[in-house]
Design a protein around this ligand. Structure first.
Ligand SMILES: Cc1cc2nc3c(=O)[nH]c(=O)nc-3n(C[C@H](O)[C@H](O)[C@H](O)COP(=O)(O)O)c2cc1C
Length: 357
């Protein structure tokens, strides 16, 4: 049976299909919906205060008794975030100020950076004894790994290169997510720069499978049963899909964002640091092209992310898809844009038809 891999047994799910955490765009309904179907729902909590994460976990638990994953970013800020001040803020804001003015939004106002600590977020996740703790942008400190292991929390770490996968295995992580550069959202590289870690799924998955003995989940560009079959043929024992879940009715994406994925025109994606300060993939639009122009001032992560919210709010209100960060992977155009049940039913039926032959 196609679904009976080590990922299926380690996670305790019916189908080795992981809903990729969608930091900033997750919803408790989506996470629980995937888990209730028999996949692994995930919730991206990286931008949240610890108390808010506690509430989210409680709400997911009220919606499902099945396993689910909470996801955090290990590295929460880039160099310069603590020293960058109002002068840098105003210089970076000048790139988007004319758009905001045209949309009738308030001018960006500088507020000093208030960091959220990964350790505080992880404390909540560990105390809540979530079934699965997934992470990106690094490896948690030893004490956190040890405690998760003691509490029998399954740990899934994300690798964008074979070396990162090996490092995750050495740290004692249970499952590695090999994420190719087709993936939507941020490129969570941690041993080299993201620009230096742009391996595609087709190359990354089989090399990772050869290099580690823990189960490998393939991510990046997988959008239908053909992609699942391909990932399994490369040696993956599960798949993580993000963009197709972002396009589901239950996701936390704004309707303008979902419409951009579902329009049939999401054929061109690109990478940019311009939306948050870290390299990430979204649909090419006017804003991405502008932010990628040489000479555009970009603040260190997460300051750029906070700055860009000043534009996102009026752009959403105006329904302007050219001035929004439209996160999506290279296979966005294959998204079904249905509800989560319909999507998962099509995926498992299609995977069984292709893989159980
Ligand atoms: C909007 C968006 C937000 C994401 N946020 C996170 C995140 O917070 N943590 C994480 O590990 N992966 C995150 N991802 C990556 C997905 O979980 C998943 O690995 C990826 O989308 C798979 O590639 P695909 O988009 O081609 O399906 C995000 C992806 C998107 C599109």
């Amino acid at each position: 049976m196609w679904n009976q891999t080590r990922v299926f047994s380690v996670l305790g799910v019916a189908y080795p299909i992981v809903q990729g955490p969608l930091g900033g765009f997750s919803s408790q309904r989506l996470t629980a919906g995937v888990s209730n179907f028999g996949g692994l729902g995930g919730f991206g909590a990286h931008g949240m205060e610890p108390e808010a994460i506690r509430d989210v976990i409680a709400e997911i638990r009220s919606l499902t008794s099945k396993p689910f994953a909470m996801n955090l970013w290990i590295s929460m800020e880039d160099e310069g975030a603590r020293t960058s001040g109002e002068v840098e803020f105003q210089r970076a804001a000048s790139a988007i100020a004319p758009h905001i003015e045209r949309l009738g939004g308030p001018a960006p106002v500088f507020t000093p950076y208030r960091p959220i600590r990964f350790e505080d977020q992880a404390r909540v996740v560990l105390d809540a004894k979530v079934p699965v703790f997934s992470f990106i942008y690094g490896i948690p400190p030893r004490e956190i790994l040890d405690e998760a292991r003691r509490q029998k929390i399954v740990m899934m770490g994300t690798a964008t290169t074979v070396d990162e996968a090996i490092a995750l295995e050495h740290a004692g992580v249970d499952i590695v997510i090999a994420s190719g550069f087709e993936a939507g959202g941020h490129r969570g590289s941690f041993l080299r720069s993201s620009e230096d870690s742009l391996t595609g799924t087709m190359s990354l998955v089989p090399q990772t499978v050869d290099a580690v003995s823990i189960p490998v989940v393939a991510a990046g560009g997988i959008a239908d049963a053909r992609g699942i079959a391909a990932a399994f043929a490369l040696g993956a024992e599960g798949v993580q899909m993000g963009t197709v879940f972002l396009a589901c009715e239950e996701s936390g994406a704004h309707p303008v964002h979902r419409e951009a994925i579902c329009s049939g025109r999401a054929t061109r994606t690109g990478l940019t640091r311009g939306f948050t300060g870290r390299l990430a993939r979204g649909i090419r639009n006017e804003l991405m092209d502008q932010m990628n122009r040489p000479g555009t001032e970009i603040l260190p992560y997460p300051l750029q992310r906070s700055l860009m919210r000043n534009l996102a709010i009026p752009a959403q209100k105006a329904g302007n898809a050219e001035l929004l960060a439209l996160w999506a992977g290279q296979s966005a155009n294959l998204a079904r844009c249905a509800d989560v049940h319909e999507l998962l039913q099509a995926l498992v039926d299609g995977a069984a038809a292709r893989l159980n032959r």
